[in-house]
Design a protein around this ligand. Structure first.
Ligand code: PLP
Length: 396
Protein backbone atom coordinates (compact mmCIF):
# COMPACT_ATOMS: atom_id res chain seq x y z
CA UNK A 1 0.00 0.00 0.00
CA UNK A 2 1.21 3.51 -0.70
CA UNK A 3 0.85 4.56 2.97
CA UNK A 4 3.34 1.86 3.93
CA UNK A 5 0.78 0.19 6.19
CA UNK A 6 -0.71 -3.02 4.91
CA UNK A 7 -4.28 -3.24 6.15
CA UNK A 8 -4.99 -5.95 3.56
CA UNK A 9 -2.65 -8.33 5.34
CA UNK A 10 -4.64 -11.17 6.93
CA UNK A 11 -3.41 -12.30 10.35
CA UNK A 12 -4.61 -15.55 11.88
CA UNK A 13 -6.08 -14.71 15.30
CA UNK A 14 -7.34 -18.20 16.11
CA UNK A 15 -5.96 -19.76 19.29
CA UNK A 16 -4.71 -16.39 20.53
CA UNK A 17 -7.38 -16.17 23.28
CA UNK A 18 -9.16 -13.61 21.13
CA UNK A 19 -12.73 -12.93 22.29
CA UNK A 20 -13.73 -12.26 18.70
CA UNK A 21 -12.34 -15.53 17.30
CA UNK A 22 -12.00 -17.96 20.17
CA UNK A 23 -15.28 -16.81 21.72
CA UNK A 24 -17.37 -17.78 18.68
CA UNK A 25 -18.56 -21.11 20.02
CA UNK A 26 -19.85 -19.47 23.18
CA UNK A 27 -21.42 -16.56 21.33
CA UNK A 28 -22.84 -18.15 18.19
CA UNK A 29 -22.90 -21.85 19.02
CA UNK A 30 -20.39 -22.60 16.26
CA UNK A 31 -16.79 -21.83 15.43
CA UNK A 32 -16.96 -21.33 11.70
CA UNK A 33 -18.76 -18.00 11.38
CA UNK A 34 -16.78 -15.02 10.05
CA UNK A 35 -16.47 -12.96 13.25
CA UNK A 36 -17.55 -9.36 12.74
CA UNK A 37 -18.96 -8.65 16.17
CA UNK A 38 -16.99 -7.47 19.21
CA UNK A 39 -15.35 -4.08 18.66
CA UNK A 40 -11.72 -4.76 17.97
CA UNK A 41 -10.04 -4.81 14.57
CA UNK A 42 -8.15 -7.52 12.71
CA UNK A 43 -5.26 -5.17 11.88
CA UNK A 44 -1.80 -5.18 13.42
CA UNK A 45 -1.30 -2.28 15.83
CA UNK A 46 0.98 0.53 14.63
CA UNK A 47 4.62 -0.61 14.33
CA UNK A 48 5.66 1.95 16.98
CA UNK A 49 3.35 0.19 19.45
CA UNK A 50 4.65 -3.33 18.82
CA UNK A 51 8.22 -2.01 19.02
CA UNK A 52 7.55 -0.25 22.33
CA UNK A 53 5.99 -3.43 23.74
CA UNK A 54 8.90 -5.58 22.58
CA UNK A 55 11.31 -3.15 24.12
CA UNK A 56 9.48 -3.19 27.44
CA UNK A 57 9.23 -6.99 27.36
CA UNK A 58 12.98 -7.20 26.92
CA UNK A 59 13.41 -5.82 30.43
CA UNK A 60 12.67 -8.95 32.43
CA UNK A 61 11.14 -7.41 35.52
CA UNK A 62 7.47 -6.51 35.31
CA UNK A 63 6.98 -4.88 38.68
CA UNK A 64 4.66 -2.20 40.01
CA UNK A 65 4.88 0.76 37.72
CA UNK A 66 4.53 4.53 37.91
CA UNK A 67 2.77 6.68 35.33
CA UNK A 68 5.61 8.70 33.79
CA UNK A 69 5.23 12.39 32.92
CA UNK A 70 5.73 11.46 29.28
CA UNK A 71 2.52 9.42 29.39
CA UNK A 72 0.46 12.43 30.45
CA UNK A 73 2.24 14.59 27.89
CA UNK A 74 1.39 12.14 25.11
CA UNK A 75 -2.32 12.53 25.86
CA UNK A 76 -2.16 16.30 26.38
CA UNK A 77 -0.43 16.71 22.99
CA UNK A 78 -2.82 14.33 21.26
CA UNK A 79 -5.90 16.15 22.54
CA UNK A 80 -4.50 19.48 21.45
CA UNK A 81 -3.28 18.27 18.06
CA UNK A 82 -6.24 16.13 17.06
CA UNK A 83 -9.11 17.67 19.00
CA UNK A 84 -8.04 21.29 19.58
CA UNK A 85 -8.67 20.85 23.28
CA UNK A 86 -6.04 22.19 25.64
CA UNK A 87 -6.13 20.14 28.81
CA UNK A 88 -4.13 20.22 32.02
CA UNK A 89 -2.30 17.34 33.52
CA UNK A 90 -4.26 17.62 36.78
CA UNK A 91 -7.48 16.93 34.94
CA UNK A 92 -6.36 13.46 33.82
CA UNK A 93 -7.36 10.34 35.72
CA UNK A 94 -5.88 7.14 34.29
CA UNK A 95 -8.04 4.06 34.61
CA UNK A 96 -8.22 0.55 33.19
CA UNK A 97 -11.22 0.59 30.88
CA UNK A 98 -13.93 3.01 29.88
CA UNK A 99 -16.64 0.62 31.05
CA UNK A 100 -15.34 0.50 34.65
CA UNK A 101 -15.29 4.30 34.51
CA UNK A 102 -18.92 4.45 33.43
CA UNK A 103 -19.77 2.31 36.44
CA UNK A 104 -17.60 4.48 38.69
CA UNK A 105 -19.40 7.61 37.47
CA UNK A 106 -22.78 6.04 38.17
CA UNK A 107 -21.64 5.23 41.70
CA UNK A 108 -20.06 8.64 42.22
CA UNK A 109 -22.94 10.84 41.08
CA UNK A 110 -26.06 8.89 41.96
CA UNK A 111 -27.47 7.10 44.95
CA UNK A 112 -29.40 3.88 44.81
CA UNK A 113 -32.80 4.53 43.19
CA UNK A 114 -31.72 7.77 41.47
CA UNK A 115 -31.98 8.15 37.72
CA UNK A 116 -29.52 7.99 34.85
CA UNK A 117 -30.38 8.85 31.24
CA UNK A 118 -29.17 6.79 28.29
CA UNK A 119 -30.05 7.16 24.60
CA UNK A 120 -30.70 3.79 22.99
CA UNK A 121 -29.92 2.04 20.78
CA UNK A 122 -26.62 2.27 22.59
CA UNK A 123 -23.58 0.25 23.66
CA UNK A 124 -25.01 -2.33 26.07
CA UNK A 125 -22.82 -1.62 29.16
CA UNK A 126 -24.62 1.73 29.39
CA UNK A 127 -27.68 -0.26 30.47
CA UNK A 128 -25.86 -2.59 32.84
CA UNK A 129 -23.91 0.21 34.55
CA UNK A 130 -27.25 1.64 35.64
CA UNK A 131 -29.15 -1.57 36.33
CA UNK A 132 -26.42 -3.46 38.16
CA UNK A 133 -25.83 -0.62 40.60
CA UNK A 134 -29.51 -0.39 41.52
CA UNK A 135 -30.07 2.95 39.81
CA UNK A 136 -33.10 3.85 37.74
CA UNK A 137 -32.76 3.80 33.98
CA UNK A 138 -34.38 6.63 32.03
CA UNK A 139 -34.34 6.05 28.29
CA UNK A 140 -34.36 8.83 25.76
CA UNK A 141 -34.38 6.82 22.50
CA UNK A 142 -32.69 8.37 19.50
CA UNK A 143 -35.02 9.40 16.72
CA UNK A 144 -34.58 7.75 13.31
CA UNK A 145 -35.85 9.56 10.23
CA UNK A 146 -34.67 9.30 6.63
CA UNK A 147 -31.85 6.98 7.55
CA UNK A 148 -30.36 9.31 10.16
CA UNK A 149 -30.47 9.27 13.94
CA UNK A 150 -30.92 12.43 16.00
CA UNK A 151 -31.45 13.23 19.67
CA UNK A 152 -35.03 13.80 20.83
CA UNK A 153 -34.38 17.01 22.75
CA UNK A 154 -37.95 17.62 23.85
CA UNK A 155 -38.07 14.24 25.50
CA UNK A 156 -34.56 14.72 26.89
CA UNK A 157 -35.70 17.91 28.59
CA UNK A 158 -38.48 15.94 30.31
CA UNK A 159 -36.08 13.18 31.33
CA UNK A 160 -33.51 15.63 32.69
CA UNK A 161 -35.95 16.94 35.30
CA UNK A 162 -35.64 13.68 37.23
CA UNK A 163 -32.10 12.65 36.42
CA UNK A 164 -28.72 13.09 38.06
CA UNK A 165 -26.49 11.74 35.28
CA UNK A 166 -26.52 11.40 31.49
CA UNK A 167 -24.40 8.83 29.69
CA UNK A 168 -23.53 10.24 26.27
CA UNK A 169 -21.96 8.12 23.54
CA UNK A 170 -20.01 10.45 21.24
CA UNK A 171 -19.51 9.29 18.52
CA UNK A 172 -22.45 7.01 19.01
CA UNK A 173 -22.04 3.22 19.01
CA UNK A 174 -23.88 1.55 17.25
CA UNK A 175 -25.55 4.14 14.98
CA UNK A 176 -22.34 5.88 13.87
CA UNK A 177 -23.43 9.46 14.48
CA UNK A 178 -20.81 12.13 15.07
CA UNK A 179 -22.71 14.77 17.02
CA UNK A 180 -22.64 18.29 15.63
CA UNK A 181 -21.90 21.44 17.68
CA UNK A 182 -25.54 22.57 17.68
CA UNK A 183 -26.64 19.19 19.03
CA UNK A 184 -23.98 19.17 21.75
CA UNK A 185 -24.79 22.73 22.76
CA UNK A 186 -28.43 21.92 23.14
CA UNK A 187 -27.55 18.92 25.25
CA UNK A 188 -25.25 21.04 27.41
CA UNK A 189 -27.98 23.61 27.83
CA UNK A 190 -30.40 21.02 29.13
CA UNK A 191 -27.82 19.43 31.44
CA UNK A 192 -26.78 22.78 32.90
CA UNK A 193 -30.40 23.84 33.42
CA UNK A 194 -31.28 20.69 35.34
CA UNK A 195 -27.92 20.17 37.00
CA UNK A 196 -27.28 16.84 35.33
CA UNK A 197 -23.71 15.52 35.25
CA UNK A 198 -22.61 14.20 31.83
CA UNK A 199 -20.36 11.23 31.24
CA UNK A 200 -19.19 11.69 27.66
CA UNK A 201 -17.82 8.42 26.31
CA UNK A 202 -15.54 9.57 23.47
CA UNK A 203 -13.66 6.31 23.00
CA UNK A 204 -14.44 6.39 19.24
CA UNK A 205 -13.51 10.09 18.83
CA UNK A 206 -10.46 9.44 16.66
CA UNK A 207 -12.36 7.21 14.23
CA UNK A 208 -14.13 9.83 12.15
CA UNK A 209 -14.76 9.54 8.42
CA UNK A 210 -13.58 12.31 6.09
CA UNK A 211 -16.20 15.05 5.86
CA UNK A 212 -17.16 14.78 9.53
CA UNK A 213 -15.62 16.35 12.59
CA UNK A 214 -15.69 15.23 16.21
CA UNK A 215 -16.33 17.94 18.78
CA UNK A 216 -15.29 17.27 22.35
CA UNK A 217 -18.23 18.07 24.60
CA UNK A 218 -16.12 19.52 27.39
CA UNK A 219 -14.36 21.89 25.02
CA UNK A 220 -17.40 24.16 24.73
CA UNK A 221 -16.20 26.73 27.26
CA UNK A 222 -19.36 28.74 27.81
CA UNK A 223 -21.21 25.96 29.67
CA UNK A 224 -20.53 25.12 33.25
CA UNK A 225 -21.98 21.64 33.08
CA UNK A 226 -20.10 18.97 35.01
CA UNK A 227 -18.51 16.73 32.40
CA UNK A 228 -16.40 13.60 32.59
CA UNK A 229 -14.78 12.83 29.25
CA UNK A 230 -13.53 9.30 28.59
CA UNK A 231 -10.88 8.77 25.93
CA UNK A 232 -8.50 5.95 25.08
CA UNK A 233 -6.04 4.82 22.43
CA UNK A 234 -7.73 1.39 22.57
CA UNK A 235 -10.18 1.59 19.65
CA UNK A 236 -8.09 4.10 17.71
CA UNK A 237 -4.95 1.95 17.57
CA UNK A 238 -6.49 -1.47 18.09
CA UNK A 239 -5.04 -2.14 21.54
CA UNK A 240 -8.20 -2.65 23.64
CA UNK A 241 -6.82 -5.79 25.30
CA UNK A 242 -4.20 -3.66 27.03
CA UNK A 243 -6.80 -1.89 29.14
CA UNK A 244 -5.64 1.64 29.69
CA UNK A 245 -7.89 4.65 29.22
CA UNK A 246 -8.14 8.15 30.60
CA UNK A 247 -10.80 10.36 32.08
CA UNK A 248 -10.43 14.08 31.59
CA UNK A 249 -12.27 16.00 34.29
CA UNK A 250 -11.62 19.75 34.54
CA UNK A 251 -13.80 20.35 37.61
CA UNK A 252 -11.99 19.37 40.78
CA UNK A 253 -14.93 18.25 42.89
CA UNK A 254 -16.27 16.15 40.00
CA UNK A 255 -12.82 14.63 39.61
CA UNK A 256 -12.51 13.88 43.31
CA UNK A 257 -15.84 12.11 43.32
CA UNK A 258 -14.69 9.70 40.59
CA UNK A 259 -11.21 9.07 42.00
CA UNK A 260 -12.80 8.34 45.36
CA UNK A 261 -14.65 5.37 43.81
CA UNK A 262 -11.49 4.06 42.14
CA UNK A 263 -9.55 4.46 45.38
CA UNK A 264 -12.20 2.66 47.38
CA UNK A 265 -12.00 -0.31 45.05
CA UNK A 266 -8.22 0.02 44.87
CA UNK A 267 -8.35 -0.02 41.10
CA UNK A 268 -5.06 0.88 39.50
CA UNK A 269 -4.33 0.99 35.80
CA UNK A 270 -0.57 1.00 36.03
CA UNK A 271 0.67 -1.82 33.87
CA UNK A 272 4.10 -1.60 32.25
CA UNK A 273 2.84 -2.83 28.89
CA UNK A 274 -0.23 -0.67 28.58
CA UNK A 275 1.80 2.39 29.53
CA UNK A 276 4.38 1.67 26.81
CA UNK A 277 1.69 1.08 24.20
CA UNK A 278 -0.44 4.12 25.16
CA UNK A 279 2.48 6.50 24.87
CA UNK A 280 3.88 5.04 21.65
CA UNK A 281 0.44 5.11 20.03
CA UNK A 282 -0.28 8.74 20.84
CA UNK A 283 3.25 9.93 20.07
CA UNK A 284 4.01 7.92 16.95
CA UNK A 285 0.75 6.42 15.65
CA UNK A 286 -0.73 9.35 13.77
CA UNK A 287 0.37 8.40 10.25
CA UNK A 288 -0.96 4.88 10.83
CA UNK A 289 -4.30 6.31 11.95
CA UNK A 290 -4.57 8.58 8.91
CA UNK A 291 -4.01 5.59 6.63
CA UNK A 292 -6.49 3.50 8.62
CA UNK A 293 -9.21 6.12 8.28
CA UNK A 294 -8.91 6.10 4.49
CA UNK A 295 -8.97 2.31 4.45
CA UNK A 296 -12.06 2.16 6.66
CA UNK A 297 -13.82 4.80 4.60
CA UNK A 298 -13.23 2.80 1.43
CA UNK A 299 -14.47 -0.36 3.13
CA UNK A 300 -17.57 1.42 4.41
CA UNK A 301 -18.29 2.74 0.91
CA UNK A 302 -17.73 -0.72 -0.56
CA UNK A 303 -20.24 -2.29 1.85
CA UNK A 304 -22.84 0.39 1.12
CA UNK A 305 -22.46 -0.02 -2.65
CA UNK A 306 -22.49 -3.83 -2.46
CA UNK A 307 -25.63 -4.08 -0.35
CA UNK A 308 -27.47 -1.41 -2.34
CA UNK A 309 -26.79 -3.40 -5.52
CA UNK A 310 -27.11 -7.00 -4.38
CA UNK A 311 -29.07 -7.01 -1.12
CA UNK A 312 -31.56 -4.14 -1.25
CA UNK A 313 -33.46 -5.75 1.65
CA UNK A 314 -30.73 -4.36 3.94
CA UNK A 315 -30.10 -0.63 4.27
CA UNK A 316 -26.89 0.70 5.77
CA UNK A 317 -27.22 3.62 8.17
CA UNK A 318 -24.53 6.03 7.00
CA UNK A 319 -21.69 5.90 9.51
CA UNK A 320 -20.03 9.23 10.21
CA UNK A 321 -17.61 7.63 12.63
CA UNK A 322 -16.59 4.27 14.20
CA UNK A 323 -15.81 1.04 12.34
CA UNK A 324 -19.23 -0.31 13.25
CA UNK A 325 -21.98 -0.29 10.65
CA UNK A 326 -25.62 -0.37 11.69
CA UNK A 327 -27.61 -2.46 9.24
CA UNK A 328 -31.30 -1.79 8.97
CA UNK A 329 -32.96 -5.12 8.05
CA UNK A 330 -36.51 -4.07 8.94
CA UNK A 331 -37.81 -3.98 5.38
CA UNK A 332 -36.98 -7.65 5.08
CA UNK A 333 -39.64 -8.37 7.67
CA UNK A 334 -38.00 -11.02 9.80
CA UNK A 335 -38.21 -11.49 13.55
CA UNK A 336 -35.02 -10.98 15.55
CA UNK A 337 -34.77 -14.73 16.08
CA UNK A 338 -35.07 -15.29 12.32
CA UNK A 339 -32.43 -12.65 11.58
CA UNK A 340 -30.08 -14.26 14.06
CA UNK A 341 -30.62 -17.69 12.57
CA UNK A 342 -30.22 -16.41 9.02
CA UNK A 343 -26.93 -14.62 9.59
CA UNK A 344 -25.33 -17.30 11.76
CA UNK A 345 -26.57 -20.49 10.13
CA UNK A 346 -27.34 -19.54 6.53
CA UNK A 347 -24.78 -16.79 5.87
CA UNK A 348 -22.10 -18.02 8.28
CA UNK A 349 -21.51 -14.61 9.81
CA UNK A 350 -21.12 -13.64 13.45
CA UNK A 351 -22.55 -10.12 13.85
CA UNK A 352 -23.93 -8.42 16.96
CA UNK A 353 -27.73 -8.56 17.04
CA UNK A 354 -29.37 -5.14 17.19
CA UNK A 355 -31.42 -6.06 20.25
CA UNK A 356 -28.19 -6.15 22.26
CA UNK A 357 -28.36 -2.35 22.14
CA UNK A 358 -31.91 -2.05 23.44
CA UNK A 359 -35.35 -2.75 22.03
CA UNK A 360 -34.86 0.06 19.48
CA UNK A 361 -32.28 -2.25 17.88
CA UNK A 362 -34.95 -4.74 16.88
CA UNK A 363 -34.61 -5.46 13.14
CA UNK A 364 -31.00 -4.25 13.04
CA UNK A 365 -27.59 -5.91 13.03
CA UNK A 366 -24.20 -4.39 13.81
CA UNK A 367 -21.36 -5.16 11.44
CA UNK A 368 -17.71 -4.58 12.42
CA UNK A 369 -15.75 -3.59 9.30
CA UNK A 370 -12.39 -3.31 11.07
CA UNK A 371 -10.89 -6.14 9.06
CA UNK A 372 -8.98 -6.65 5.80
CA UNK A 373 -11.17 -5.77 2.82
CA UNK A 374 -11.11 -9.39 1.68
CA UNK A 375 -12.74 -10.51 4.94
CA UNK A 376 -15.46 -7.89 4.65
CA UNK A 377 -16.04 -8.84 1.00
CA UNK A 378 -16.43 -12.49 2.04
CA UNK A 379 -19.07 -11.36 4.51
CA UNK A 380 -20.84 -9.51 1.69
CA UNK A 381 -20.68 -12.51 -0.66
CA UNK A 382 -22.05 -14.80 2.06
CA UNK A 383 -24.98 -12.47 2.72
CA UNK A 384 -25.71 -12.11 -0.99
CA UNK A 385 -25.67 -15.87 -1.54
CA UNK A 386 -27.76 -16.67 1.53
CA UNK A 387 -30.26 -13.97 0.59
CA UNK A 388 -30.54 -15.35 -2.94
CA UNK A 389 -31.34 -18.77 -1.49
CA UNK A 390 -34.08 -17.14 0.55
CA UNK A 391 -35.82 -15.20 -2.19
CA UNK A 392 -39.16 -16.65 -3.30
CA UNK A 393 -38.04 -17.12 -6.94
CA UNK A 394 -34.98 -19.14 -5.94
CA UNK A 395 -34.97 -22.37 -7.94
CA UNK A 396 -32.21 -24.47 -6.49
C1 PLP B 1 -18.85 3.36 23.36
C2 PLP B 1 -17.89 2.39 23.97
N1 PLP B 1 -17.43 2.60 25.20
C3 PLP B 1 -16.57 1.74 25.80
C4 PLP B 1 -16.14 0.60 25.15
C5 PLP B 1 -15.20 -0.36 25.82
O1 PLP B 1 -14.28 0.30 26.58
P1 PLP B 1 -13.23 -0.45 27.47
O2 PLP B 1 -12.76 -1.66 26.73
O3 PLP B 1 -12.15 0.56 27.67
O4 PLP B 1 -13.91 -0.79 28.77
C6 PLP B 1 -16.61 0.33 23.86
C7 PLP B 1 -16.22 -0.90 23.15
O5 PLP B 1 -16.78 -1.30 22.19
C8 PLP B 1 -17.50 1.25 23.25
O6 PLP B 1 -17.97 1.05 22.02
Amino acid sequence: MSSGFDFDHEINREDSNSVKYDGRQAMFGKNDVIPVWVADMDFAAPPAVTQALAQRAAHPIYGYTLFPDSLYDSLIDWMQRRHSWVIQRDWIVLCPGVVPSINAAVMAFTQSGESVIIQPPVYFPFFSAVMQTGRKLIQNPLHLANGRYTIDFNHLEQCAKDAKLLLLCSPHNPVGRVWQPAELERLLDIAAKHDVVIFSDEIHADLIYPGNHHHTLAAFPEYNAKIITAVAPSKTFNIPGLNLSALIIPDQSTRNAVTQVFNTLHISASNPFSIAAFEAAYCEGEAWLEALLIYLRDTRDCVEAFLAKHVPEIKVIKAEGTYLLWLDCREWNRTDAQLKHFFIHEAGIGMSPGTLFGEEGSGFMRLNIGAPRQTVLSVMQNIKQAMQNNRPNHLG
